[in-house]
Design a protein around this ligand. Structure first.
Ligand code: NAG
Length: 342
């Protein structure tokens, strides 16, 4: 079903699968992310101080939503040896979500008294927020209107590896039909798929291309669901690769089971964040022994990979605005960056 593909550094390796992506269904992108374009990187300082931004997203109004840790930092006192959170620290009493307009003004804040150690953030097609809390080992849905938690997966503060527990989940992606993909995360290194009611329906296992390649994820840190291509991509951070799989979401004749390997990019550095816009997968990597921190783009229709923002390290999360401007959060130093290709 799949053929061995030789992969060079920063080369996108297309792998033949039972049912390849139907490119006729996807629209031509309006812009491209290329190295021949120069990038402009600016520090983006919100009008009001916020904590370390672990997750970032763009809402329907093209505002930046930052999921941040307020005064909390992740250090050696945060977790016990058994991965449980240090309960003496309690919840973060202050707001952990900030909505910031493109002019840097903080226009709304919420999420106080709910989270222990914020991590991932995504916004679903209805505009509702989904977050992961590595402290409580949970995934939560927050209603955008009421700003209240309306659904939680995982048992609060109890790490585990079964169908109803996570251990430091890193990211979440949600399909239009309500199916939920969870990257679970720092300890379990697995990717799970749940139905809209939170029942486990599938697990996505790492693609095993040849004996040179690790056969399991090591810290899946970010997910990007490209629903119109029927693809979910996993930033397999410590294996320094991105792997993309069938989502199992399409119905009828087009149905492909969940988790068939579609494409991958290998040896691209420690990938902290991936997000998609107009069928470009944009990523941010951290420094590793072999590869300098940078950003990359993969044209999901041709597989062409480009790199930019070379040397931009410490990136944790990434979001792309409707005009293609990218927002990157760094933890150390704690700041947001605006990255524009010009
Ligand atoms: C947290 O909220 C309290 C009360 O409103 C405020 O005094 C304090 O400055 C806030 N701390 C942070 C880090 O935002």
């Amino acid at each position: 079903m799949r053929q061995a593909t030789a992969c060079l550094v920063v080369l996108f390796c297309a792998v033949a699968s039972a049912q390849p992506i139907d490119y006729d269904r996807v629209e031509e992108p309006e812009r491209s992310y290329r190295t021949e374009e120069k990038e402009m990187i600016e520090v983006f300082t919100p009008s009001k101080p916020i904590g370390q931004v672990s997750g970032i997203a763009i809402n329907a109004n093209d505002h930046i939503v930052a999921f941040h840790r307020s005064n909390r930092v992740w250090d050696e006192k945060s977790f016990n040896d058994d991965e449980t959170f240090n309960k003496a620290l309690g919840v973060i009493p202050n707001a952990t979500l900030a909505i910031i307009n493109r002019e840097k003004k903080v226009i709304d804040e919420f999420g106080a008294g709910l989270f222990y150690m914020p991590h991932g953030l995504t916004i679903d097609s209805n505009g509702d927020y989904w977050v992961t809390d590595v402290g409580s080992h949970q995934v939560h849905k927050i209603d955008a209107k009421t700003q209240k938690i309306v659904m939680s997966l995982g048992e609060k503060l109890v790490p585990g590896e079964d169908e109803t527990h996570f251990c430091k989940p890193t990211d979440v992606a949600v399909a239009k039909n309500g199916h939920i993909f969870v990257a679970d995360g720092y300890c379990n290194s697995r990717v799970l798929k749940f139905d809209a009611n939170g029942n486990l329906i599938a697990q996505i296992n790492a693609a095993f291309e040849d004996n040179q390649q690790p056969s399991e994820f090591v810290v899946p840190h970010s997910l990007s669901l490209i629903e119109d291509m029927d693809v979910i991509c996993v930033a397999d951070r410590e294996n320094q690769r991105v792997q993309c799989f069938s989502t199992g979401l399409s119905e009828g004749d087009r149905h492909v089971p969940t988790g068939i390997p579609i494409t991958s990019a290998n040896d691209i550095g420690r990938v902290f964040a991936i997000r998609e816009r107009e069928h470009y997968l944009i990523g941010a990597t951290g420094d590793s022994e072999d590869v300098q921190a940078q950003m990359f783009s993969i044209d999901m229709q041709t597989g062409r990979t480009e790199t930019f923002a070379k040397g931009l390290g410490e990136s944790h999360a990434l979001a792309i605005a409707s005009d293609g401007v990218m927002y990157v959060s760094q933890l150390e130093p704690s700041r947001l960056l605006q990255v524009r290709l010009i």
